[in-house]
Design a protein around this ligand. Structure first.
Ligand code: NAP
Length: 352
C-alpha cells in the first residue's frame, strides 16, 4: 500500500488516531498521507514518523489524487465525504454506521459490509461502487468469535450483553467520563457545570461516572439503536437472517468493549475444550482461559493488542448445546482501525 495516497478523515478522533498510528507502524510515507478534520481541528499539527502533519478542513477538491479514503467521521460527514471521495475516483473504507446499515440487497451491490476473517471473500466479487464499510467494534468482536463455533458446531442463536467503554462514544465520551469522575471525587455533581466551562455536552443519557447505563443510542422501542444495529450488521456480514440479539450497556471504563455471550449450538460439543480448540483455529483470536490462575479477558489487556480475547468458555449445566463465553477487544484498534486497514490492503491488492 506504500505507493497509495491515503486520506484519513476524522484524524483527530479516537479511531482516526488509531488509523494514523497503524499507518505509522507500517512506515507509510509522510507525503502520501492527508489528514482531514472538522473546522474545530483544522490547522492542528499531529506528529507522524519524524515529521508532523497538518489537519485540513475537507474542501470540494480534497480527494483529488487520493487513492484511498479512510473515513472515521460521524454518520452525516461520512455520507458526504464518501460520495466526494468516490466521485474523485478514490476507494473508500467507511468506519461509521453511514453505509453499514443500508438494506442488505441494495448494499451488496454498492457498499458491502466486510469483516476480515469472516466475509472478506466478498471483495473478490465485483460490486458497483467504490465504498466498503466495516462493522462496529461489538459486531466485529461477536461475529469473529462466533464464526469458528458456527463453522464447527453450527449456530442456532446467540445473545450478547455488550459492555461499552466511554471511548466508544468518541472523544466526547472520554472527556465526559474524565470530567464527571474528577468532579465527583472532588465533591461536585456532574450537572453543576463549572463557570465558564466550554466542555461539549455529554453523549450519555445519565451520569456515567460510578454508574452503569443500560441504554446505548436511541431507546424508543424495546431494542436500542445500538442493539438493532448489531443484529443488522450480523445479517449483512453472514448474508441472511442473523440469529443474534444483544443488550448494550454503557460502562464507566475508558477503553475496550466486552461481551458476555450465550450461544446455542446445533451439535453439542463433548466438552468446553472443544470450543477452545475451535476458537484457537482463528489467527485473530487469543484464548485467555485459565480462571484458576486469574487469566481471562479484561479491557486493560486489549489496548493495542491486534487480537480478540476470548475466555470464560463454559458449557451450561444441563444444557449440552448451550455455551457461554466472554470477549474483550480494543474498540478503536482491532475492533475498528485494523479491520479497516485489512480491507484497504485487500482493495489495494485487487486494484493491482
Ligand atoms: N470509538 C469507537 O470505538 C468506534 C469504533 C468503530 C467505529 N467508530 C465510528 O468511527 C467514527 C469516528 O468515531 P470516533 O469515536 O473516532 O469519534 P470522535 O473521537 O468523536 O472523532 C470524530 C472525528 O471526526 C471529525 N469530524 C467531525 N465532523 C467532521 C466533518 N464534518 N468533517 C470532517 N471531520 C469531521 C472530528 O474532527 P474534530 O476533532 O475537528 O471535531 C474527529 O476527528 C464514528 O462514525 C463511529 O461511529 C467508532
Amino acid at each position: 500500500m506504500k505507493q497509495l495516497r491515503i486520506a484519513i478523515a476524522g484524524a483527530t478522533g479516537v479511531v482516526g488516531r488509531e488509523l494514523l498510528g497503524a499507518l505509522e507502524e507500517r512506515g507509510h510515507p509522510t507525503d502520501k498521507i492527508l489528514l482531514l478534520g472538522s473546522d474545530r481541528s483544522a490547522g492542528e499539527e499531529i506528529s507522524y514518523l519524524d515529521d508532523s502533519l497538518a489537519v485540513e478542513k475537507p474542501e470540494a477538491d480534497s480527494f483529488r489524487g487520493v487513492d484511498l479514503a479512510l473515513l472515521a467521521t460521524p454518520f452525516e460527514a461520512s455520507r458526504k465525504l464518501a460520495a466526494a471521495a468516490q466521485s474523485a475516483g478514490a476507494w473508500v473504507v467507511d468506519l461509521s454506521p453511514a453505509h453499514r446499515l443500508a438494506p442488505a440487497a441494495e448494499a451488496r451491490e454498492t457498499a458491502p459490509l466486510v469483516l476480515p476473517g469472516v466475509n472478506d471473500g466478498v471483495l473478490d466479487a465485483p460490486f458497483a461502487g467504490r465504498i466498503v464499510s466495516v462493522p462496529g467494534a461489538p459486531a466485529a468482536a461477536l461475529l469473529s468469535a462466533l464464526e469458528p463455533l458456527r463453522a464447527t458446531f453450527g449456530l442456532v442463536r446467540a445473545h450478547a450483553t455488550v459492555l461499552l467503554g466511554a471511548s466508544s462514544a468518541g472523544q466526547r465520551g472520554i472527556a465526559t467520563l474524565e470530567t464527571q469522575t474528577a468532579g465527583l471525587l472532588s465533591g461536585r455533581e456532574p450537572d453543576e457545570e463549572e463557570e465558564g466551562s466550554t466542555a461539549p455536552p455529554s453523549p450519555f443519557p445519565h451520569r456515567l461516572a460510578f454508574n452503569l447505563v443500560p441504554q446505548v443510542g436511541d431507546l424508543s422501542s424495546d431494542w436500542s439503536s445500538e442493539e438493532r444495529g448489531l443484529r443488522a450488521e450480523a445479517a449483512r456480514v453472514w448474508g441472511g437472517e442473523a440469529p443474534v440479539s444483544a443488550t448494550a450497556i454503557q460502562t464507566p471504563t475508558f477503553y475496550g468493549v466486552c461481551l458476555e455471550v450465550l450461544v446455542e449450538l446445533r451439535r453439542a460439543p463433548e466438552h468446553a475444550e472443544a470450543l477452545r480448540q475451535a476458537l484457537r483455529g482463528s489467527s485473530r483470536i487469543k484464548v485467555l482461559d485459565a480462571p484458576a490462575e486469574k487469566i481471562y479477558p479484561m479491557p486493560m489487556l486489549v489496548t493495542a493488542d491486534p487480537t480478540y480475547h476470548v475466555g470464560r468458555v463454559r458449557l451450561l449445566p444441563d444444557a449440552p448445546t448451550w455455551a457461554s463465553l466472554f470477549i474483550a477487544v480494543d474498540n478503536a484498534g482491532r475492533g475498528a482501525a485494523l479491520n479497516a486497514l485489512e480491507v484497504a490492503e485487500r482493495l489495494a491488492a485487487r486494484a493491482g
